[in-house]
Design a protein around this ligand. Structure first.
Ligand code: NAD
Length: 289
């Protein structure tokens, strides 16, 4: 299949390489010459503009920083330039409203489109083990699934347009709040004189068990290997967690949902990032407690 890939950064670079490995003819565009050069090394063909990259393709995949950029790129350079009937898959994490707006514009011009944000970080993007949450019509999902499956371990149809983004930000709001709760719990356990490995052994088998504890423990040397064991480097940057929490707060406001724990998590991550730690893994927030 001929696939244009727009946005070959930390995530998109590995994802495009996996499409090449799956036998697709991948046509890459990125504003960064460095990202494009890496894409070429991984077997993609590099193009100087988006309209050139999307000419004659069956599908367009994008992995861009935010909703304003996704809106601008599709509005100016993809819609009307890709062949009619092509399938668009936006894998960026963006707000629900922009995802729906871009899909509506694409459909009005004769294209099919899904929002397909991912769970999993750079290692999962490189390893082809991302989880995709997909919003779109049944027929668009059926077309998108095999393309996404070449880049991930799970592809789940979340619902109609925007549902993939909704699922992503709900999941990450829960993750942000549960990480902070896990961090403060270990700090309290420590102050109460508990041995932290012993507390982990108890709580990981009791009702406090959660993913932030048992798969991504914020305490070095406790639980499985995690960014905490690597000086909180790598993993999922606190700045990206803050981005997702802000999207969640925006979405909650748009439907009048009460999210007090999400609000608190957003405020704590905002302070953490403003303090200069946005580049650290999000579990490093334990250092502030
Ligand atoms: P990144 O900044 O490394 O990559 C984004 C790429 O888009 C860059 O190479 C940049 O040059 C390019 N770009 C920006 N504007 C462009 C334009 N107008 N046209 C073409 N290319 C353009 O970011 P990333 O970490 O790869 O994240 C991409 C998306 O994935 C974001 O929406 C992010 O929230 C989401 N995400 C990231 C992670 C992660 O762990 N990094 C995890 C899950 C989801």
């Amino acid at each position: 299949m001929k696939i244009a890939f727009i946005g070959l950064g930390n995530m998109g670079g590995g994802m495009a390489a996996n499409l090449v490995k799956a036998g697709h003819d991948v046509r890459a565009f990125d504003l960064s010459a460095e990202a494009l050069a890496r894409a070429q090394e991984n077997g993609c063909a590099a193009f100087a503009t988006v309209p050139e990259a999307v000419a004659g393709v069956d599908a367009v995949v994008s992995m861009l920083p935010n909703g304003a950029i996704v809106d601008a790129v599709y509005g100016a350079d993809v819609i009307g330039h890709a062949p009619e009937g092509a399938l668009f898959l936006d894998c960026s994490t963006i707000d629900v409203d922009t995802a729906r707006k871009v899909t509506t514009a694409a459909e009005a011009a004769g294209y099919a489109m899904v929002d397909a944000p991912v769970s999993g970080g750079i290692a999962a993007a490189n390893g082809g083990t991302l989880t995709f949450m997909v919003g779109g019509t049944d027929s668009a999902f059926v077309r998108a699934e095999p393309i996404l499956a070449a880049m991930g371990k799970a592809v789940i149809h979340a619902g109609t347009s925007g549902a993939g983004q909704a699922a992503k930000i709900c999941n990450n709001m829960l993750l942000g709040a549960s990480m902070i709760a896990t961090c403060e719990t270990f700090r309290l356990a420590e102050k109460l004189g508990l041995d932290l490995q012993t507390f982990y052994d108890i709580s990981s088998k009791a009702s406090g068990q959660n993913w932030s504890m048992t798969s991504y423990c914020p305490v070095p040397g406790v639980g499985p290997q995690s960014p905490a064991d690597n000086g909180y480097q790598g993993g999922f940057a606190a700045a990206l967690m803050l981005k997702d929490l802000k999207l969640a707060m925006e979405a909650a406001g748009s439907v009048d949902a009460e999210v007090p724990m999400g609000e608190k998590a957003a405020a704590l991550y905002e302070a953490f990032a403003q303090g200069g730690s946005g580049g650290m893994d999000f579990s490093a927030i334990i250092k502030t407690l």
